[in-house]
Design a protein around this ligand. Structure first.
Ligand SMILES: O=C(O)C(=O)C[C@H](O)[C@H](O)CO
Length: 282
């Protein structure tokens, strides 16, 4: 029943990563019951980071914990392999990658891509399957063909699709906040971007499930959904920077375009809306 948070990337006003803010954030997340930090995921704007920034984020998080999954995906295979080799010298749980996105490619190119990563990696290789973002669905059948995937994070509203990866006997997580109750109950855990700003709600959800108090678990899941849904019109990722400050009490810098900072009035409006839901008892 693991809680994995794809950590946001704290930027300063010049668009540089602020390492001290990364460490403060990781320390708090671990204190609040988060088990693993997923580095350079979607919430961490992984696809928008340079190779050096991806390495820096890994080093900052490793200064605090080795409970790390390091996302290495890129459309530049040379960069992917340099990141895998960099991770080979580090103590961490696994490396992960989304499939090559944007380009229309045959499935056997996706198989070759992941087999190259597996061949180069000393660590287990996890699949980050996010069809809604990449346009590619590396389902259980394709994962079987790749034949070296040791874990999967499936950001997918089709929970039946996610469950099928268990046929491979691998670590299986779903990456959607509104499926956290199912992921914590049936899979190896949940991967939640919203865990950046409300980690304690996911920890509490796990406790309710462990205690068999599914009514309370469901009510809390609905509260999580309401908060998560509130962020969508403002931009989920940009919203997180303001909600961490409001709900966790420390500064995680600003988002970097094309994840634009919120206008002051919008940020205030968002925080007021979320605070109202947060303060409601389940
Ligand atoms: O940010 C990531 O890498 C995630 O896996 C998180 C999910 O995609 C995100 O929470 C979906 O809302």
């Amino acid at each position: 029943m693991e809680i994995i948070v794809p950590i946001l990337t704290p930027f300063n006003e010049k668009g540089e990563i602020d390492g001290e803010k990364v460490k403060t954030h990781v320390e708090n997340l671990l204190r609040k019951g988060v088990d693993i930090i997923f580095v350079n995921g979607t919430t961490g704007v992984g696809p928008a980071l340079s190779k050096d920034e991806k390495r820096k984020m890994l080093d900052y998080v490793l200064d605090v914990t080795n409970k790390v999954i390091f996302q290495v995906g890129s459309l530049n295979m040379k960069e992917v392999l340099e990141l895998v080799n960099y991770a080979n010298e580090k103590d961490l749980i696994a490396v992960a990658s989304y499939p090559p996105f944007y380009f229309s490619i045959p499935k056997d190119f996706i198989v070759k891509y992941f087999k190259e990563i597996c061949k180069a990696s000393k660590h287990p290789v996890y699949l980050y399957n996010y069809p809604g973002a990449t346009g590619k669905d590396v389902d259980v059948n394709l994962a079987k063909e790749i034949d070296c995937i040791k874990g999967v994070k499936d950001t997918n509203p089709d929970f039946a699709h996610t469950i099928r990866y268990k046929e491979l006997g691998i670590k299986t997580y779903n990456g959607l906040e509104n499926l956290a109750i199912a992921s914590l109950s049936i899979l190896d855990g949940t991967v939640v971007g919203a865990g950046n700003y409300m980690p304690e709600l996911f920890s509490q959800l796990r406790e309710y499930i462990k205690a068999g108090d599914m009514r309370k678990a469901l009510d809390l899941q609905l509260k999580i959904d309401e908060i998560d849904g509130t962020t969508i019109p403002y931009g989920k990722i940009s919203s997180m920077y303001y909600l961490v400050k409001e709900l966790q009490g420390y500064d995680v810098g600003v988002p970097r375009p094309p994840m634009y900072p919120l206008e002051e009035n919008k940020a205030k409006e968002l925080v007021e809306k979320v605070r109202k839901i947060w303060n409601k008892s389940e």
